[in-house]
Ligand binder design. Structure first.
Ligand code: KG4
Ligand code: ZN
Length: 364
């Protein structure tokens, strides 16, 4: 049977955004976002300076039905017109993941539509495809609040990890340094605003893992140094300069490691078209995008970043990842479980855990 267009409802609740979206995936692999509703819990978590899991789970329960109804209304489709339901099944805060996954299962059961239990990271991996036509395979830098990885992406659900963070994710580094500078949560966007017009050269910050080969990241030294500098910085101009220096240091590390990964990718896939894609909340940062675009151009890779609305967590990317799975006939049962940990490249995560694996296995 020739491939058919698929209209899929996506649901995302793995962190602090309750989101639902309807996406139509065309038979030729293109797609159209029919609706994308994101309800942020930022205000509920702001007093605590970070996401509180119990507050997040409760807020998802309270919001999920209305957000799904709004996404369906905005898309102008009824449940009968759907070809499937996709919900994030992990990795993430498990209380929240359970809420969205249960909602997805309930709709799948009630309507008889197939369910796709989607890996949140796979959602980020396809997010750039929501705004531009990008074919597989591609080299992916995934930079969010919880993840910082370079992945060789062959296709849906098939990727090889080339590098990962040994401590904090890039977004986490933005958030923690911003907090040390007294900026509101979430810190990344606040730090970017403060850095506008700042002089990054005023402060010297440490460069991580100098002399070590490979594509792994580390931000803990930068975090400590920046927090120490922040204690002595008082004037507004000096604060702007420190923010600019931090942003430049993070952008530089991301660009340097991406450049190394491009060399690995080129060697592994001679003659293959070179595409470089960035995704995740940190991909919204202008300085980061500019630094990545520059290395991509220098290394002969095309460069694509998602539209800003699809950098941070959203359900359109979950709907598209689900549609791609359903198009391949990958359907999940109603017994699909919510997974707090779910690495994209499980073999690499187990063989070479850059995160301490913990009781339940590798985190990412
Ligand atoms: O992808 P995302 O919404 O959630 C995760 O899956 O983690 O990413 C959120 C992260 C936060 O750490 C936030 O501070 C960071 O992305 N972020 C930014 C910017 N916008 C969001 N970091 C730097 N500059 C930004 N403009
Ligand atoms: Zn995310």
């Amino acid at each position: 049977m020739p491939p058919q267009p698929l209209t899929v409802l996506g649901i995302e609740t793995s962190c602090d955004e309750t989101a639902a979206a309807v996406v139509r995936r065309e038979a030729d692999g293109g797609c159209a976002v029919l609706s994308s509703i994101v309800s942020s819990q930022v205000a509920a978590h702001a007093p605590y300076g970070g996401v509180v899991p119990e507050i997040a789970a409760r807020a998802h329960v309270e919001a999920i039905d209305a957000i799904i109804a709004e996404a369906m209304r905005a898309a102008g489709v009824g449940f009968a017109a759907l070809d499937g339901v996709a919900a994030t099944a992990g990795p993430g805060l498990v209380g929240g993941v359970m809420v969205g996954l249960a909602a997805g299962k309930a709709i799948a059961l009630a309507t008889g539509k197939p369910l796709a239990a989607v890996n949140h990271l796979e959602g980020h991996a396809v997010s750039a495809r929501l705004g531009a036509r990008i074919d597989y395979p591609f080299l992916l830098l995934l930079v969010s609040g919880g993840h910082c990885q370079l992945l060789d992406v062959e296709g849906v659900g098939a990727c090889r990890r080339l590098g990962s963070t040994m401590d904090d994710a890039a977004g986490e580094a933005f958030d923690k340094i911003a907090k040390a500078m007294g900026l509101p949560y979430p810190g990344g966007p606040a730090l970017e605003r403060l850095a506008e017009g700042g002089d990054a050269a005023r402060f010297t910050l440490p460069r991580a893992l100098l002399g070590r080969e490979g594509c792994d990241f580390s931000f803990s030294g930068l975090k400590t140094a920046a927090a120490r500098l922040a204690e002595g910085v008082t004037g507004e101009a000096e604060r702007r300069d420190l923010a600019a220096a931090v942003q430049a240091a993070i952008a530089r590390q991301l660009a340097e490691r991406s450049e190394r990964a491009m060399a690995v990718y080129r060697r592994a896939h001679e003659g293959r078209e070179r595409r470089f894609v960035v995704a995740g909340g940190v991909a919204a940062n202008g300085a980061v995008r500019a630094a990545l675009q520059a290395v991509a151009e220098a290394q002969g890779f095309s460069f694509t970043a998602p539209p800003l609305a699809y950098c941070t967590d959203n359900a359109a990317m979950i709907a598209l990842a689900g549609a791609e799975r359903l198009a391949l006939g990958l359907v999940d049962g109603l017994d699909a479980v919510a997974r707090p940990r779910w690495p994209l490249d499980a073999a690499a995560a187990l063989a070479n855990p850059t995160h301490v694996p913990g009781r339940k296995g590798a985190k990412a």
